[in-house]
Design a binder for this molecule. Structure first.
Ligand SMILES: O=C(O)CCC(=O)C(=O)O
Ligand SMILES: [Fe+2]
Length: 285
């Protein structure tokens, strides 16, 4: 049971107004992604980066795939891929090994947006003597992407959470991803479909401190943060449409608004990335 002590407001780091914004672009700019990786800005939004027919083609392949799975109570929805959340390295890498050929096959389409994203980011990082690549462990690789459609039925389709706490999970202390902890976590999201109303990203101006995480029991999971703890925190509600690609610092608490009707679906293709060291941006999902 949650005690009144645990429902004290969350404390942590909040950015100033130059930082706490989602910069809008009408085309892809990989330099802007590096600004998120460098912690210079909270988020960037590339409107309509993916052509409508490409987004529709990929989301259809997701819904038609026999590999689509149901995810449990912590994040209800459908997915294809492997996710690191709350599991040991070996299990994750087994799941990633199984998922990667399926993901490559699903993304074997003209104008794959993941390919375009990493080609652009890779060129910009190369100018700085750095590369972007999947995180590794003993010659095995992280999952290259994660398709999801969130279907939580409460106040949010995906509950308020952060994406950086899990990077310090002792179950994955041996995984290369562990080296990113403390650096900004850039969460890449490619919206494939979000028809009708709702489905906004809710983004709070707080990176919870360790004391708050421990009090709420989310030190290694980052999820969930009770809504009551967030009411006084500044927030942005970001409109998301099919074809939009957005990247944000996942250390801030964020959530997904439900669609206005239960029959609507909001499907995204995602990955996480961060500097492991100045020469290596590693990815996982
Ligand atoms: O779907 C989104 O916009 C955000 C998803 C998210 O926060 C996550 O997968 O951790
Ligand atoms: Fe997240």
């Amino acid at each position: 049971m949650t005690s009144s002590l645990s429902l004290r407001p969350i404390t942590g780091w909040s950015g100033n107004k130059d930082y706490f914004t989602f910069r809008e672009y009408d085309k892809f700019d990989p330099e802007a992604v590096i600004d998120v990786l460098d912690g210079k800005v909270a988020g960037v939004m590339f409107r309509g980066m993916v052509a409508p027919e490409v987004a529709a083609n990929i989301s259809q392949r997701f819904w038609d795939s026999p590999h689509r799975k149901v995810r449990g109570v912590e994040a209800p929805g459908y997915y294809i891929g492997a996710y690191t959340w709350n599991k040991p390295t070996g299990q994750y890498l087994d799941e990633a090994e199984e998922a990667n050929p399926i993901l490559r096959d699903l993304l074997d389409v003209p104008n794959d947006p993941m390919k375009e994203f990493y080609a652009g980011l890779g060129s910009s990082l190369a100018k700085r003597g750095a590369v972007v690549r999947p995180a590794e462990h003993e010659g095995r690789s992280a999952a290259i992407a994660l398709f999801r459609s969130w279907h939580g039925r409460g106040a949010f389709a995906l509950e308020p959470h952060d994406d950086d706490s899990q990077c310090s999970d002792p179950q994955m202390a041996d995984f290369e991803r562990n080296r990113v902890f403390g650096n900004p976590i850039a969460a890449l999201n490619i919206c494939l479909e979000n028809e009708g109303g709702g489905g906004r990203l809710v983004y709070w101006n707080i990176q919870p401190d360790l004391e708050s995480k421990r009090r709420l029991g989310v030190e290694y999971t980052g999820s969930p943060y009770p809504h009551e703890c967030l009411v006084d925190v500044e927030s942005k509600w970001i409109d998301v449409h099919a074809g939009d690609v957005y990247v944000f610092n996942g250390a801030h608490v964020h959530a997904v608004e439900p669609n206005t009707t239960e029959r609507q679906t909001r499907t995204t293709l995602a990955a996480m990335m961060a500097y492991a060291d100045p020469q290596n941006v590693v990815t996982w999902s």
